[in-house]
Every structure is written in structure tokens, then in C-alpha cells.
Design a protein around this ligand. Structure first.
Ligand SMILES: [Zn+2]
Length: 395
């Protein structure tokens, strides 16, 4: 909600009045000077809605405060008129903390639903940053959300693979629960999220491959050019359950310059639903966007969420640093997932990250079953991965 600044108001006072941590309040208003609020200026209060109320016969501020469970001071802050001169029929504004869930998780994400939810989150919790880091082959934005103030920079992505879009839901649910927890000062599993906010800067790309995810969750694209292409690659079948690639049949997690030639020689030689590394490393816009993001942000660690297997791959060619093991052991302890150091595989996002930066990089295989995992597993998978999210604070 928007609050009009009245005489004597400071961010510190607003933070107390609305029970919103000071830092989130300041970050929600990046274009204001936190030490110089001007009277009449409008500031954004995260996680509040405003409701108009018409004064009725017999109302006092105290009665209204009791009825709506809002402290009188908070009502006064939202009403620049003198609320002691209440007249029947006058409207006043009631700041209401949003207490129901902002998002719901009852079906797999499509790109447009993701975009809608991200806009809703940034509107409700304006201390997060949402931006586009590139576009897919079909020109859909690839979004990154950044949140936090910490020195530890952690990146997590999902849906590199089209038929693994449950990973997008897992990341979005964590983001949602984290934001609600931050704004209401409620810990998650005993972990204080304000500490997390102050120590970890989190970068999330919930959907690396929007065209592929939409193919799985919405079916054939409307654009004829892509319809024809996809049907040719898929042998005229409209069952895309086996489809991992982007819309032109390149496996985005085989695109990185980390022994790409090995995969190129032994895998598919032409566009396919999975396992075609492309005509050259980083030929696809989605893979390029992710590489550029990593180069720009200089992350301390990255996690790529995939399905399935309940395992965590954490090494590459002996180039991983010693702390990669300490971290993966904690991930394993909290999730029950099994750490696997080496596997005969190259050209993946985490392989390239470890090779280029010699920092911890992980491929986390969520859940167990046949891809695409049924959405009925979502709650269980979320609970398993929540510990991994949270332990990025402690290790
Ligand atoms: Zn995968």
C-alpha cells in the first residue's frame, strides 16, 4: 500500500508502526532518500493493502481499531485528515496486513502464470528486484528475482529442462514463503528470515526454458513456424513428456563450454527432444542469458534444480573447491538426498561454473519417479528442498 508522509514521520517510525523490518522498508522505496522524507511524499509499505471504511453512527477511532484489530497509531498514520473529527459518512483508510497467501500452488506453471505471479510478488513485496536477463527463442522474457542484502551471493535456477517444471513451482513457493516470513517476522523451521535477508543475497531464475515448459504444460505453440518445427523434431507426436530441450530441440544443459566437444561427439547430432548439445557451445539464447548472468553477478555458489533421483551432483573434474564437500554434506543432511561427486557428463551449467570459477556448483535432482513428475508430489518435494534453501544461510 501507499502511505502519504505526514509531519514527524521517519522510516524508523513507520517500521515500528507497521511492524516491517526497517531494511525491507527502505529497499521497498529505492527512489527515496531514507534520511529525508518529505511531507506529502508517498512511500510503499510492503505486504499491506488499504481498505476504505465509511464512518458510521457511534464510531470512534477506538471502536474501529478494536473491530479491525488495527492499532490506532497505524490508522492515524494512514489518514492525513484529523480522525478525531469523525463525521458520519466520511471515508477513512484502513491499512490491512495481507494475511492470506499471495500465491497458490495447485497446478504446474506456464510462462504467463509465472509472469503474473512475479508481478504480483514485486507489487506486494517491493523490496525485491525483478528484471529480465534475456529472451527465449520465442521471445519470452527470462526473469531473475534478487532479494537480500548479504555478502554471500547464492544463485538458484529451475526448469533448464522442459519436463522438469515442478522445479519452477518449488522455487516460487520458497520465494513466496520467504517474503511472507520476512514481512511478518515469523521464522521458517526456526530460521530467522531477517538474518537470512541480511547475510544472503539470493538470485533466483525460476524458469530458464519458458518455451519448453509451455510446450509441456500448454501443448503445441500457436505460431506455425514453431508448431511445424516441434512436430518434426518429435516425429509428429503430440506427446511431449520426454521433451527436455528448448523449442528448437537443443538441450540447454548440454550447451556450456566445459568439454562440450565430448558430449557433441557422442550425443545426438541433430535437434531432438533431449540430449542434442546444439551446433556449438552457447548457441541458444537461454543458455547465453544464464552465462551472462553468472559473469555479471560473480556468484559464490550456484544450484540448478532438476528432477529426478533425490541426488546432488557436486564435482567436476577435480576442479571443485574443498568447501563444496562441506556444503553438499549439509544439503544431504537436511534433505536426505545422496551426494554424488563425479559422473561421466560434461557441458552442464554447473560443470562450467565449477570449471570457470572454482566455486561450489550443484545439480540438485529433486523427487523420484518418471519425468514429468506428477504435480501431486509437489508438497513433498517442496518440504525436501526447503532445507536446502535454508541451509544456504548456515554453510
Ligand atoms: Zn534435468
Amino acid at each position: 500500500m501507499n502511505l502519504v508522509i505526514q509531519p514527524g514521520m521517519t522510516y524508523y517510525r513507520i517500521s515500528n508502526l507497521f511492524n516491517i523490518p526497517l531494511q525491507q522498508l527502505i529497499n521497498a522505496n529505492p527512489y527515496t532518500d531514507p534520511n529525508m522524507l518529505r511531507i506529502g511524499q508517498v512511500v510503499n509499505i510492503p505486504h499491506y493493502d488499504v481498505q476504505e471504511y465509511q464512518i458510521q453512527q457511534g464510531d470512534t477511532l477506538w471502536i474501529i481499531s478494536q473491530r479491525f484489530q488495527i492499532p490506532i497509531e497505524r490508522i492515524l498514520a494512514a489518514n492525513p485528515v484529523d480522525p478525531y473529527q469523525l463525521r458520519v459518512g466520511d471515508g477513512i483508510l484502513l491499512p490491512i496486513r495481507i494475511d492470506e497467501a499471495v500465491l497458490s500452488f495447485d497446478q504446474p506453471y506456464t510462462f504467463s502464470k509465472l509472469e503474473e505471479d512475479l508481478f504480483l510478488l514485486v507489487n506486494t513485496f517491493p523490496f525485491i528486484t525483478l528484471r529480465e536477463i534475456g529472451r527465449s527463442v520465442m521471445n519470452k522474457p527470462i526473469y531473475e528475482v534478487s532479494i537480500g542484502e548479504g555478502d554471500k551471493h547464492v544463485h538458484i535456477n529451475g526448469s533448464f529442462h522442459a519436463n522438469e517444471s515442478i522445479t519452477t513451482s518449488v522455487i516460487m513457493r520458497f520465494l513466496h514463503d520467504y517474503l511472507v516470513s520476512l514481512s511478518s517476522n515469523e521464522p521458517i523451521r526456526g530460521v530467522d528470515m531477517n538474518t537470512f535477508y541480511n547475510e544472503v543475497t539470493l538470485s533466483l531464475v525460476p524458469m530458464v526454458n519458458p518455451d519448453g515448459v509451455d510446450l509441456l504444460n500448454e501443448g503445441l505453440p500457436e505460431e506455425e513456424e514453431f508448431r511445424d518445427l516441434v512436430l518434426t523434431i518429435n516425429n509428429q507426436s503430440t506427446n511431449f513428456n520426454n521433451w527436455k530441450a528448448n523449442i528448437r530441440g537443443v538441450d540447454l544443459n548440454n550447451q556450456y563450454p566445459a568439454n562440450w566437444e565430448i558430449e557433441s561427439n557422442r550425443k545426438r547430432q541433430q535437434p531432438a527432444p533431449r540430449d542434442y548439445p546444439g551446433p556449438s557451445p552457447l548457441s541458444e539464447p537461454e543458455a547465453i542469458a544464464m552465462a551472462n548472468l553468472v559473469e555479471e553477478k560473480d556468484f559464490d555458489r550456484v544450484l540448478a534444480f532438476h528432477t529426478q533421483g533425490e541426488v546432488i551432483y557436486w564435482g567436476y573434474e577435480g576442479l571443485e573447491p574443498p568447501e563444496a564437500q562441506t556444503i553438499v554434506e549439509e544439503y544431504s543432511r537436511v534433505s536426505g538426498y545422496v551426494p554424488i561427486r563425479y559422473v561421466d557428463s560434461h557441458a552442464g551449467f554447473k560443470d562450467w561454473f565449477i570449471q570457470e570459477y572454482r566455486r561450489p556448483g550443484y545439480t540438485v535432482e529433486l523427487g523420484r519417479g518418471t519425468n514429468p513428475l506428477p504435480f501431486s508430489q509437489f508438497n513433498e518435494i517442496y518440504e525436501e528442498s526447503l532445507g536446502i534453501f535454508l541451509s544456504n544461510l548456515t554453510v
